[in-house]
Design a protein around this ligand. Structure first.
Ligand code: XMP
Length: 507
């Protein structure tokens, strides 16, 4: 992608960094995240944002940045949290450990309703997440906002250089977007973010990169791989779409996927490898091991199906790239290995054989791209489904019997959500298995069966999630249907865990 006049977001390791990129794009400008190791890729930025991070500026291994390099571009710079503390030090100020870690909502009181705080309320809720605070500031530094206790939480060193202690990118910072917009207004000629342009550029780049080679892509029926397959089709290159049934799919999924691809005019090849996957998973209970086995076997099965194709295309998204630390060099810690980032894929990548055209996009942007490619709404708004499939919803051993139980519970749950108009209000929902047998009564008989967990969440890009307050009457209807119809289940639980600390999937 052409990165001229982009907003360069430099990653100091905060869990929220990629949200900054997202917010900037929502405001209509192109933004990209850079690891500290990749700063040489920044050539002609329009503005620079230094993210927050988990370190203290006084740590021996605190990430640093060359201030001369930073100012050499002569563009607006915004330091967020750690980024602000670093800027303060660079300007000759000091940072001290706070009395306690401040995490959560706080009041922001702008000193004047101008500049960064143009149009911001006199007292505005922002989200704090830090332990250090600025101490001394340099003579050229002006305090432009304080918290309720009078502590400086926003600094300005020049008409191009700003700092904020809080996180404007987090939705709990009520006027965060206004503050970011005000910052971006300081920049000249920022590159716009427009999905139609993006699509045309992507198609051009795909054609250039692929030439007359054959590209194969794996499709799952999910939004990302469907958009990818249609994009490759639209680019008019020599491509094949392969669907691997890994035996970890939801009820009737293979048939639905085939029907959906018929609707978008892309021919797919189906490979039934369910037995191979289930035997490779036999007896494996450790979640990361399951993920690795599924990821590696997928590549193997896929390679067999592919034969001699020259390149592999994947629907990897921006968050996947950032979350798998093995690839992103991100300072954020790895939570789970993403299946697009297992060893074999990385090997292919090193040989330049992996094409990931969506790797700069967030999920909602992929959906927007899908709309511009003419993909029907119901396909684009399907709930996400993880690559390792039902295996990550089946703690402990993965067997066909257990998967069948999940399939039945899930089909009832999702069917009821659709029937009652809840499906599209929810970001993701599923039923999983709790492999613990408990005692119950079915008919006149004692039962000793597993439980199912129902999960329904709302989220923005799956980084954080909140459980959905489904009506009791609906939960009752779903529970009754599952208890009456699914053999092997005598207990239904609704998961009321937020992410963090819980993740969306159980494994
Ligand atoms: P977690 O469980 O990490 O899930 O909160 C976040 C989102 O990612 C999906 N997920 C995956 N998707 N491959 C995928 O394609 C994976 O390995 C994977 N693991 C989790 C999950 O369904 C949720 O939407």
């Amino acid at each position: 992608m052409d990165d001229k006049h982009i907003v360069a977001v430099i990653d100091f390791g905060s869990q929220y960094t990629r949200l900054i990129v997202r917010r900037v794009r929502e405001l209509g400008f192109n933004a990209k995240l850079y690891a500290l190791e990749d700063l040489d890729q920044i050539a002609d930025p329009g503005a620079i944002i230094l993210s927050g991070g988990p370190k203290s500026t006084s740590d021996a291994d605190a990430p640093d940045i060359d201030y001369n390099w930073l100012t050499s571009f002569n563009v607006p710079v915004l330091g967020v949290c750690y980024g602000m503390q670093l800027l303060n030090i660079k300007h000759g100020g000091t940072v001290k450990p706070g009395n306690k870690k401040e995490y959560g909502p706080a009041d922001l009181i702008p000193c004047a309703c101008e500049g960064l705080y143009q149009g911001v309320s006199p007292c505005s809720q922002v989200w704090m997440s830090h332990s250090d605070t600025v101490d001394r500031i340099s003579d050229d530094c002006k305090v432009i906002a304080r918290n309720k206790e009078g502590v400086p939480v926003s600094l300005q060193w020049s008409n191009q250089c700003f700092g904020i202690q809080f996180h404007p990118e987090v939705s709990h910072s009520i006027e965060g977007n206004t503050i970011l917009r005000n910052f971006l207004a300081e920049a000249d000629h920022l590159a716009p973010f427009d999905i139609g342009d993006f699509k045309n550029r992507m198609i051009r780049e795909i054609r250039e990169r692929v030439g007359d080679r054959e590209v194969v892509c794996g499709v799952s029926g999910g939004v990302d791989s469907t958009v990818l397959a249609v994009l490759l089709h639209e680019a008019g290159i020599n491509s094949r779409a392969i669907f691997v049934d890994n035996g970890l799919l939801r009820k009737n999924e293979a048939e639905e996927v085939r029907a959906n691809f018929d609707r978008v005019g892309v021919k797919i090849e189906m490979v039934d490898a369910s037995e191979q996957f289930l035997s490779a998973l036999a007896g494996v209970t450790e979640p990361e091991k399951k993920r690795k086995i599924i990821g590696e076997l997928f590549v193997e099965v896929f390679q067999q199906a592919v034969g001699t194709a020259d390149m592999l295309a994947q629907g990897t998204l921006y968050p996947d790239v950032i979350e798998s630390a093995s690839n992103s060099k991100s300072k954020a810690s790895t939570i789970k290995t993403h299946h697009n980032r297992v060893g074999k894929i990385l090997e292919l990548q090193a040989q330049g054989k992996v094409l990931e055209p969506l790797a700069e996009l967030f999920k909602d942007e992929v959906r927007e791209l899908g709309v511009s490619l003419g993909i029907p709404h119901d396909i684009l708004w399907r709930h996400p489904f993880p690559g390792p499939g039902l295996a990550v919803r089946c703690p402990g051993a993965v067997t066909k019997e257990r998967l069948d139980i999940i399939r039945e519970c899930d089909a009832i749950f999702i069917g009821k959500l659709k029937e009652h108009g809840w499906y599209h209000k929810i970001w993701q929902a599923y039923a999983g298995l709790i492999p613990v047998k408990t005692v119950g009564v079915k008919g006149d008989e004692r039962s000793y069966e597993f439980a199912t967990n129902l999960r329904a969440i709302v989220s923005e890009d799956a980084m954080t999630a909140d459980w959905v307050e489904l009506p009791y009457s609906l939960l009752r209807e779903i529970s009754n249907a599952i208890l009456n119809q699914v053999k092997g289940i005598n207990r239904v639980l609704y998961d009321i865990s937020t992410k963090p600390p819980a993740s969306i999937e159980w494994e």
